[in-house]
Design a protein around this ligand. Sequence first.
Ligand code: SER
Length: 345
Amino acid sequence: MSERTILITGAAGEIGHGLINALAGQPETRVIAMDLREIPEHLQHKVDAVHVGDICDRAFIEHVVSLHRVNEVMHLAALLSTSAERAPEQAHEVNVQGTFNLLRTSAEHAQAYDNPIRFIFPSTIAIYGVDPREKYELPPIREYQALTPITMYGANKLYCEAMGRYYGRYYRSITRGQRRPPIDFRCLRLPGIISAETVPVGGTSDYVPEMIHAAARGEPCVCFVREDTALPWMMMPECVEAILRLAEAPVLSRCVYNVAAFSATAGMFAESVCEHFPGAEISFDAHEGRQSLVDSWPSDVDCLRAREDWGFEPRWTLDEAMREYIVPTVRARYGDAPAHEGATS
Ligand code: SER
């Protein structure tokens, strides 16, 4: 691949951390970090430029894209599902208008330089809406099924997938003639993501990372969904690997892919956390609203297309992920958790 100038929006967030660490120092790669907040200091020296500003500000986006002659975008900035339900109109602004600003600016810039811009877009299992009564009878959901989201976040992401497909395949189809579409749009529908290094904010799948980080800090945790609630999951290193692999794949026949490593219930995670942190105190007290969101998301997704088209390959099962990634990484972060009273070790 020729020289890459990658704009990462939402760079101060969890996936931003992972991507910046993975891209830092790669040959012929410049990373431009953008976020509404300041980028943490330890990441600043790993990127080539930092811009603090709002993706809803089109002039700001235009300035950054043309200043650096960006040829690839990893658009991570978004309000996740719980935040979006608390402020739906603001979520629409950020998730839809922000994405549109970025797609439109990228398309204009690509046309000016006659060079398509690769646009990587993380979508989500929240674009699915399954009937909670059928959730556990359904086989792993395929990309074209159950596209009836019940959340603002899911609706926003599903619409942005369609907008990306439009810019990537059909842009100005009546008048474009033989010219290529300006955007090479590639999208992953992410499951719940678990990072041992950072703590998520504003998502609904946060209950698993919350219980892991609480146990590692020696703090009790009340899980806000029922013990039998299942979702598909993957670890942050697998997520970063998948984004990079999709970004580096040759021409693809489709633009939207499910990815996940395994399906597991909250109870399975709690049990595993308690095995590794014998003093952990995890209880369950379902929050009706947040539970209803998770109940509408599939318990598993079919990732065959990602495996076949660009070699998606998750690394870990739940047990392996706990042993090889989560436990050693959180222990390195917090040290050995103080044992609670009554702990067996
Ligand atoms: N992790 C996201 C959320 O909880 C779902 O993809 O909002």
